[in-house]
Design a protein around this ligand. Structure first.
Ligand code: 4F9
Length: 254
């Protein structure tokens, strides 16, 4: 999987390339990450990349020609690439989108700066717009790094174990169950007994139920469209019944 990042600040990506899973994935040749300086495609003596908006207003825009040339050259090198503009106006990036991108042979990430890019870039030179959340950044670079990180760990082979990507929060659609390591008692709080029982079936059931409870309490939105087994449903119905009983007792209390 090849990432090409078009940016005015290629040096920002040195942190991403310096270590961690992305660095290891590059070394093992599962992915490539190539930051390309958009300014290298400016033609004038001052290497201008921005200009004032027609119609007036504060701030500057990225002018279309250097961006167009950078996108064109990256597209020549990677003809299959999906061209993505990072902007708060885009479709919201989530684990599902990360999975889609991990199946692409190549992605070109276009990072805007200033007050944005000329509308014709958005309309005609990219395939889609992605947002990593409902906030405004100073540019698309941090969004590009978030996407590269989340997608890289889904490229087959990149994580030490394939299982661990699958088991993470969101991958199964539910939040991750609570995890513990030594010591068995920490600041007066003990590890749940079942986890030290050695009973693998009981541990599996406890974890599934813990995931369900957590998701119901913290992120009930994630349960929509979530496939639930008969055993999951029985557990949830029992919980609802217990809550009703408790609430009933409370209402009856003096
Ligand atoms: C990009 C914000 C993606 C959120 C790009 C300013 C951005 C962004 N997700 N903000 N330029």
């Amino acid at each position: 999987m090849d990432f090409t990042v078009l940016t005015l600040f290629p040096e920002m990506f040195s942190v991403l390339l310096a270590g961690g899973i992305v660095r290891r994935a590059i070394e093992a040749e599962y992915v490539t990450v190539e930051p390309v300086n958009i300014r290298d495609f400016a033609k004038d003596r001052h290497r201008t990349v921005d200009d004032r908006p027609y119609g007036g207003g504060s701030g500057m825009l990225m002018k279309p020609e250097p961006l167009a040339e950078a996108i064109r050259q990256a597209g020549k090198k990677h003809p299959e690439a999906r061209k993505i503009l990072l902007t708060p106006q885009g479709r919201l990036f989530d684990q599902k989108v990360a999975g889609e991108l991990a199946e692409q042979p190549s992605v070109i990430l276009v990072c805007g700066r200033y007050e944005g890019v000329d509308e014709r870039v958005r309309e005609h030179l990219v395939d889609e717009e992605l947002s990593i959340g409902n906030y405004v950044l100073t540019g698309g670079e941090l969004a590009a790094m978030v996407i590269i990180d989340a997608v890289t760990r889904l490229v087959p082979g990149t994580l030490g174990s394939e299982a661990s990507a699958q088991e993470d929060s969101f991958s199964g659609g539910l939040l991750e169950y609570p995890q513990y390591t030594r010591p068995r008692s920490f600041e007066g709080v003990d590890v749940p007994e079942v986890l030290v029982s050695g009973n693998h079936a009981a541990i599996k059931e406890w974890r599934r139920r813990a995931s369900l409870v957590r998701t119901m309490l913290k992120r009930p939105d994630l349960l929509i469209d979530q496939p639930l087994s008969k055993s999951d449903m029985a557990f949830i119905r029992k919980l609802q019944q217990d809550i009703k009983t408790i609430m009933g007792e409370r209402a009856a209390a003096p």
